[in-house]
Design a binder for this molecule. Sequence first.
Ligand SMILES: Nc1nc2c([nH]c(=O)n2[C@H]2C[C@H](O)[C@@H](COP(=O)(O)OP(=O)(O)OP(=O)(O)O)O2)c(=O)[nH]1
Length: 147
Amino acid sequence: MRRFRILLPMDERVVVAGAVLDGGRLLAARRTAPPALAGRWELPGGKVEPGETVPSALVRELREELGVLVEPLERVPGAWPLAPGYVLHVWTARLLSGEPSPLQDHDALRWVTPEDAFSLDWLAPDRPAVSWLTQSMISAPAEEGTP
Ligand SMILES: Nc1nc2c([nH]c(=O)n2[C@H]2C[C@H](O)[C@@H](COP(=O)(O)OP(=O)(O)OP(=O)(O)O)O2)c(=O)[nH]1
């Protein structure tokens, strides 16, 4: 009898990144490491640890990296492959408290409008999410003082 090998999808670890929105602008962060990614812009975040939910990992990462408290809002549709074994998910988030500072992993932060977002050199996996975000910011502009 012939045996067939069943191919299971590889267990992928999620890297969650935050699209922090405030007053119609999106927060971008410039990476400092590893050397291949340093100087490129990303949505800040990091790896989800075992036992954590994706939104709670986002809250932890943005507290550690930027010193802010955020509320995750909704997932940007899609998942983008990173290094083998890692996949990027993006969530929108609202700033609840704190002023973002580049405490860890970044050396610059910038608030960008949808119109000037693509003047930055984004990491390739972030670009589809940034396109989705800028389009939804343009079609549903924030009222003054809201995300
Ligand atoms: N945080 C983040 N990482 C991204 C994005 N796009 C992208 O390709 N990556 C890559 C860069 C890294 O290789 C990996 C995430 O690693 P990280 O260094 O931010 O994760 P971490 O904070 O949990 O740090 P560590 O466990 O490595 O110390 O995903 C993005 O938008 N945000």
